[in-house]
Ligand binder design. Structure first.
Ligand code: IDP
Length: 146
């Protein structure tokens, strides 16, 4: 008889961006992730570096919002989180809501708590990986020893 193998749990990288940390929303954001039933397996307050952000946001290099985005991400500490659970990658993106907080649906993190005030970079509180490949790449960047 062959033993059933348990699939590795899906995991994602969440960042509470500097606007979320500054506004004291880290606890509320973690509460929503846990209330949905996901498990937090790593949580660390970190200061990003230009090198780390160049890798994290490599796909956006050359876009008009890239330099202000990097500057914003360097403006204060970021709470880096690894969350685990069934379907957590799309699930967290659905909790986060649309990229632009001015149109994100009520009930989502960005819809309920996000502000934009016409800034050049959308200060939209959170990042969540968009695929299993991105999640593993991003977790390795933010938690190199994990
Ligand atoms: P996501 O965070 O919803 O996955 P991405 O398209 O991956 O959105 O963009 C990464 C981040 O870059 C966004 O969260 C936002 O902070 C910023 N960003 C994306 N598009 C724009 C834009 O058109 N103007 C300003 N900032 C943007």
């Amino acid at each position: 008889m062959t033993e059933a193998t348990t699939p590795a749990p899906e995991r994602t990288l969440v960042l509470v961006k500097p606007d979320g940390v500054r506004r004291g929303l880290s606890g509320e954001i973690l509460r929503r992730i846990e209330a949905k039933g996901y498990t937090l397996t790593a949580v660390e307050l970190k200061n990003a570096t230009p090198e780390l952000l160049a890798q994290h946001y490599a796909e956006h290099e050359g876009k008009p919002f890239y330099a202000p985005l990097v500057e914003f991400m360097l403006s204060g500490p970021v709470l880096a989180v690894v969350a685990e659970g069934q379907g957590v990658i799309p699930g967290f993106r659905s909790l986060a809501g649309a990229t632009d907080p001015t149109v994100a649906a009520p009930g989502t993190i960005r819809g309920d708590l996000g502000r934009d005030w016409g800034l050049k970079v959308q200060q939209n509180l959170v990042h969540g990986s968009d695929s299993p490949e991105s999640a593993e790449r991003e977790i390795a960047l933010w938690f190199p020893t994990f």
